[in-house]
Design a protein around this ligand. Structure first.
Ligand SMILES: [Zn+2]
Length: 285
């Protein structure tokens, strides 16, 4: 990818190739080691419209912010969430318009199971950058964890309005609808994801669950098989396939599925429980 130097600095950034607007979210930050061994931060913007990559020379203040953003992201990747939070807080204390800092802080809080605070931080990010699909998607997940399902659904819809081809959001929306007992609408979401990528095993798993919820067991089992053809070590798919086979009156094949799940994950409680229950049922029969 050609790297062109961007004309303007952080105010009103435009792609030099096509004039599309680029925002902080399109920023790529990379630490590079110079010849003398000192570290330097390389900042590039990837244009969302034409894909052109542009190097940028930030102001001193912006450079400081971006170092903190990089440091926070590295700490977060190492699971050091409290330290990451301190990084983002320090950044926001002198650069409160950094949507990426708010967004990343939201992610760190969500990892710490502090979902209510996470939602507040995603909101701050979205006030500055309302087109941030990731922030809408993650806000939806945090709201779901808080049991605010209708609001979560609204967030997934907002994400899909901006990025209609985002498979993972279609799958998340489908799983949410499943939890709300709306299996037909859920199936529509999984079909959308599969229309984009027919090898999305999470979408096959979800579609199988939606069909099982509507008692269409034969079709559900076929979907679980498709999920397993892509991800043969997915314990959930084995468990759900087993459950559907058992409901369809095929206990021996169901047992095989629970056994497969337990070979992959011997600690899996669900597989063990279902296997024991099935064994008890068969011994009574
Ligand atoms: Zn462009």
């Amino acid at each position: 990818m050609a790297v062109q130097r961007m004309r303007s600095l952080e105010a009103e950034m435009k792609c030099p190739g096509c004039d599309a607007e680029v925002v902080e979210r399109h920023l790529g930050l990379q630490v590079v080691r110079a010849e003398q061994g000192e570290e330097r931060l390389q900042a590039t913007y990837a244009c969302p419209a034409c894909g052109l990559s542009s190097a940028i020379e930030p102001s001193r203040d912006k450079l400081k912010s971006w170092w903190l953003l990089t440091k926070g992201a590295m700490l977060q990747a190492e699971g050091r969430f409290q330290e990451a939070l301190s990084c983002f807080d320090f950044l926001l204390s002198h650069d409160p318009r950094s949507a990426m800092a708010w967004y990343n802080k939201g992610c760190a809080l969500a990892k710490m199971q502090r979902f209510s605070e996470a939602v507040g931080n995603y909101d701050q990010a979205l006030v500055i950058d309302p087109q941030d699909t990731e922030a809408w998607h993650n806000k939806g997940h945090a709201l779901r964890r808080l049991g605010r399902l209708a609001e979560a659904l609204g967030c997934f819809d907002s994400a899909l309005l901006i990025s209609p081809k985002r498979e993972t959001t279609h799958v998340s929306k489908g799983n949410l609808l499943l939890a709300m007992g709306q299996s037909r609408e859920a199936r529509g979401c999984f079909d959308q994801a599969l229309g984009i990528n027919s090898r999305n095993s999470d979408a096959w798993l979800g579609k199988g669950c939606a069909l099982a919820q509507s008692r269409r067991l034969g079709e559900a089992i076929e979907c679980f098989e498709k999920a397993l053809a892509v991800s043969p070590r997915d314990v959930d798919s084995w468990n759900f396939k087993g459950k559907a086979l058992e409901a369809a009156g095929r206990p021996l094949e169901a047992m095989e599925c629970f056994d497969r799940a337990l070979v992959i994950d011997p600690e899996n409680l669900l597989a063990r429980e279902r296997k024991e229950r099935l064994l008890a049922r068969l011994s009574r029969a």
